[in-house]
Design a protein around this ligand. Structure first.
Ligand SMILES: [Zn+2]
Length: 337
């Protein structure tokens, strides 16, 4: 009933996808149910299981993202609702969409031609000062945590898309959050945190740190992108950077236009490789969370990028690392399973 997994390239494990915010399994009335079924091929959005399989997209860190009003109203409740939606998709998928908690489970999903979904929180809004929720969400499968989205939490401050947010780094509670994530085996994500928080987090963490969905500031000077000093520091820490395909993070003019040339996408990957080597760059598309370049369009379009890597002479070993090896290396080290 589902297409076979495209095996033209190693399966892509994507650092960041927002599909669950568009796919409501339950009809609770708020937020309003979305019409899209994640298991049926659709014309809208960027990811569904058939398009993922056609594009060789083997899995992702599935973002649990809360709109600011939900985060303020009942962050724990809405996070649980989104996670429950993901479990419901898995239940209906006949084993082709799996919630994974270990690297072995991710690899087994690749092997079986199934999609491997791993929970990440894009903002620690559901975690309170006591940190007690963290352990419970860990048991439910939470394996990646960003201390904040582009707003403030009790732990850290994000980079503001507009307006102003504090420029200060991690709070005292933020430092405790980092050490508790290290202890439990949750990977920390610096994609939305402000520069002061970035440097505090890297100094505080005893484990590798990742940027799940950020691009290169030297090419596109957007506040959400990482500068060369940050890229070098993340690499030194053993981490990896998922290149974000949001058009405004790719384009040198930071505009939303979707006519982004393929070579602009590839240039972000190659900039990181030239700077720190191919062990520190990955995919972080932001599918279903941003405007995508026309040349990729959606999950089924990933082979367009991979064929261009190959045309440029990338070795099989490099393709493997960038497609999934770098994220899974960090995961194995931090999760310990
Ligand atoms: Zn984001």
């Amino acid at each position: 009933m589902y297409p076979e997994m495209n095996r033209e390239f190693p399966p892509v494990f994507d650092g960041h996808e927002d599909f669950i915010t568009q796919v409501k399994e339950k009809k609770a009335g708020f937020p309003p149910p979305a019409p899209r079924d994640l298991l049926a091929e659709s014309e809208t959005g960027h990811v569904d299981l058939p398009r993922a399989l056609k594009g060789g997209l083997g899995g992702c860190f599935t973002s649990i993202f809360l709109e600011t009003q939900w985060a303020e109203m009942n962050a724990v409740g809405y996070a649980m609702e989104e996670m429950d939606d993901v479990f419901a998709v898995a239940d209906r998928s006949e084993g082709r969409f799996r919630v994974c908690r270990t690297v072995a489970e991710v690899r087994a999903a690749f092997e079986a031609g199934a999609f491997a979904s791993v929970f990440m929180f894009e903002g620690a809004d559901p975690i309170s000062w006591s940190l007690k929720e963290l352990r419970v969400f860990y048991e439910a499968g939470l394996r990646v945590l960003a201390p904040t989205w582009s707003r403030s939490t009790i732990f850290a401050h994000g980079v503001a898309f507009s307006g102003h947010l504090p420029q200060t780094g991690l709070t005292d509670l933020g430092r405790k959050l980092v050490s508790e994530c290290n202890r439990l085996g949750i990977v920390l994500d610096v994609s939305h945190i402000n520069p002061a928080g970035f440097w505090d987090l890297l100094a505080e963490s005893k484990k590798p740190v990742i940027a799940t969905h950020s691009s290169v500031k030297a090419i596109s000077p957007h506040v959400r992108n990482l500068d060369d000093e940050q890229i070098k520091a993340l690499a030194k820490k053993g981490g990896t950077i998922g290149i974000n395909f949001a058009t405004m993070f790719l384009r040198p003019d930071m505009q939303r236009g979707t006519d982004v040339p393929l070579e602009t996408i590839v240039s972000h990957f190659e900039h990181v490789i030239d700077l720190v080597g191919d062990e520190h760059v990955s995919f972080g598309t932001d599918f279903d969370g941003a405007d995508m370049p026309d040349c990729v369009k959606d999950a089924a379009g990933l082979p367009v990028v991979l064929r261009e890597f190959k045309r440029r002479g990338w070795s099989d070993a490099r393709l493997e690392r960038v497609c999934n090896g770098n994220f899974l290396r960090v995961a194995a080290e931090v999760w310990g399973c």
